[in-house]
Design a protein around this ligand. Structure first.
Ligand code: ZN
Length: 278
């Protein structure tokens, strides 16, 4: 099952288009995306029982599918090749930071570049289907309602200023675009082995597989929830493979008018563009 925000209203995405969830269900479900995430199982049952006919839509009408997460958790250095390129030693504990929720944006975001050190990181993003604390590895995937594509955009100057300011450097407006829609893990070819790529103006800069994660989803959720209570609708960025601009020789960062395209197999593609705010 795929659920999208189209002009900020929850829609079921079908092979032939999309249907407005509130209208198609006669008001049983509402248009709010956070409510749709909370009621994902009921919506899946409704969709399976109903003869729904989709209507075409423009991808530019897609808006943020998780508009109000209470927390956004991000995992650092979860791919060994990215740790190497960033010069970060692997620790036995997970590297966890937050992106403040106000940076979360949609799949067609136009981001203002504050300086010359804004970098890309394509990541698989999890959306929690229920509150979760101290999950076992066996329980972990069942607590995930949806996955989606995300970009963990980072202002590297700010991120590494005054020691480490990950939360600030990764939370400027628009620095957490996600989308294009929400996909249930059971509709993926293999939820633990998906290709993820990103390109800048058509040049592929990242090309990895989620099966290369140091901590796969089940492990990282079990570890993070040992310490942190997650809430339904929370968003988890699961780390990026190699190819970030900071790790390149020479380093490369995003420029005004460049287009960043991020894709995960079985989920979809988001497109982020940049304007000059320097
Ligand atoms: Zn990241």
């Amino acid at each position: 099952m795929r659920i999208a925000a189209i002009n900020h209203r929850a829609h079921l995405v079908l092979d032939d288009g999309a249907v407005d969830l509130e209208q198609a269900s006669g008001g049983r479900f509402r248009s709010d995306l956070m409510e749709a995430i909370a009621r994902a199982d009921e919506i899946a049952a409704f969709a399976a029982q109903s003869e729904l006919v989709g209507a075409p839509f423009d991808v530019l009408e897609l808006t943020c599918p998780v508009p109000r997460p209470s927390q956004v958790v991000a995992i650092g250095v979860n791919y060994a090749d990215h740790a190497t390129e960033m010069g970060i030693d692997l620790a036995p504990e997970p590297v966890v930071f937050t992106k403040f929720p106000t940076c979360i944006a949609g799949p067609n975001e136009v981001v203002t570049l504050p300086n010359n050190t804004v970098d890309w990181e394509v990541e698989m993003v999890l959306v929690m289907g229920r509150d979760a604390f101290q999950l076992t590895e066996e329980e972990a995937w069942d607590a995930v309602a949806f996955v989606t594509v995300g970009q963990d955009l980072s202002d590297r100057d700010l991120q590494f200023a005054a020691g480490r300011q990950f939360a600030l450097g990764k939370s400027r407006p628009g620095f957490g675009p996600i989308g294009p829609w929400l996909v249930t893990p059971d509709s993926l070819p293999n939820r633990d082995d998906l290709q993820l790529t990103c390109s800048v103006d058509g040049e592929v800069v990242q090309d990895g597989r989620t099966s290369s994660m140091i901590r796969p989803v089940s492990t990282l959720l079990a570890e993070v929830t040992q310490y942190l209570e997650l809430r339904q609708g929370d968003v988890i960025f699961t780390g990026t493979p190699s190819g970030a601009g900071m790790g390149r020789t020479p380093q490369r960062y995003l420029l005004p008018h460049e287009t960043l395209v991020s894709t995960i197999e079985g989920i979809g593609t988001i497109t982020t563009t940049f304007v000059d705010g320097r």
